[in-house]
Design a protein around this ligand. Structure first.
Ligand code: ADP
Length: 293
């Protein structure tokens, strides 16, 4: 089923002459882990806002084309109704997390949705467990690290159990460890709960390793779309657009290893291909320092 269908979408912010989205078409199916990348200014945030309804319900501008979420035009829905099926997570965890403690933060969004106290309790527990914050329930939010705050923002977004989660560069302020934790949480939501993940992200090392399918945006247009391996093979295009090809993929492309879908996108996969490549050439993959026995 189509979670998201976008057809010939154009959007220009009020007061601007340049379209932020410029004829974009896109389809995301239920259960996909879909990654959207592109340089700053490519239109990623604008696209996220078109999916979660901030456009047209909050931001004004010229909108043309179709955005359907579960078959319903976003413009004809209301932000409250959309929030039940689309959970949103933004870049800046600091400004998203507003309550004094972890439990209140997750409960906050649920309170306006008419859940019974028992349902709320269940959902708070489930959401915190899914993001690995079960032991943090009473903790003041001011004590959380950046990564924990972002995981809390994800817990709050997923507590109503939306069928799709849209995340706009959720790891932009996190270090590699915090970034990996967020991607692992998202993979778990995707695999175990069947939640559709749509994530805007510039960190292509993670995006390519975790996503099923990717889209590259440039100046509000789709320039590449396909599996991470298919997209990352287009090194010249990505270099031109300003999207980073992960080092492991770049090395494989240079050595001519990892054909088609077998292009390595994780270090483990890359290492095993390089070892095979070296063995074929009669070179030991291991350092040749003498063993002292
Ligand atoms: P990205 O998330 O890929 O960095 P954005 O969607 O934020 O891209 O921006 C796309 C274009 O829209 C940019 O040219 C940006 O300057 C413009 N833009 C973004 N937000 C606004 C706004 N509120 N008002 C006017 N122009 C905006």
């Amino acid at each position: 089923m189509g979670v998201l269908e976008i057809k010939d979408l154009y959007f220009t912010y009020g007061g601007s002459d340049t379209p932020a989205l410029n004829g974009l078409s896109l389809r995301v199916d239920e259960g996909e882990f879909f990654g959207i990348t592109g340089p700053t200014g490519a239109g990623k945030t604008t696209l996220a806002c078109c999916i979660n309804g901030l456009i047209p319900h909050f931001y004004r501008g010229r909108l043309q084309g179709r955005v359907l979420v579960f078959g319903e035009p976003v413009g004809e829905s209301t932000p409250a109704r959309l929030a039940r099926s689309v959970g949103s997570v933004f870049q800046d965890a600091e400004s998203q997390v507003i309550c004094a403690d972890v439990e209140q933060e997750v409960a906050f969004g649920l309170e306006n949705m008419g859940f019974s106290p028992r349902e709320m309790e269940e959902r708070i527990q489930t959401a915190l467990e899914l993001v690995g914050l079960s032991g943090f329930r009473q903790r003041p939010t001011a004590w959380l690290s950046g990564g924990e705050k972002q995981r809390l923002a994800i817990a709050a977004a997923l507590a109503p159990l939306p069928r799709v989660l849209v995340l706009d560069e959720p790891t932009s302020e996190l270090d590699p460890l915090g970034t990996r934790e967020i991607f692992q949480v998202l993979r778990r939501l995707n695999r175990e709960m069947g939640m559709t993940i749509i994530i805007m992200e510039q960190k292509t090392d993670y995006l390519a390793a975790f996503a099923d399918r990717m889209l590259v945006l440039e100046a509000g247009r789709a320039v590449l779309e396909g599996s991470p391996a298919a997209v990352m093979r287009q090194q010249a295009d990505l270099d031109r657009v300003g999207v980073r090809v992960p080092d492991v993929a770049r090395l494989a492309l240079m050595l001519g290893i990892g054909r088609d879908e077998n292009l390595p996108l994780t270090v483990d996969h890359g290492r095993s291909l390089v070892e095979k490549w070296l063995q074929k050439r009669g070179q030991s993959p291991f350092h040749t320092g003498k063993l002292i026995s």
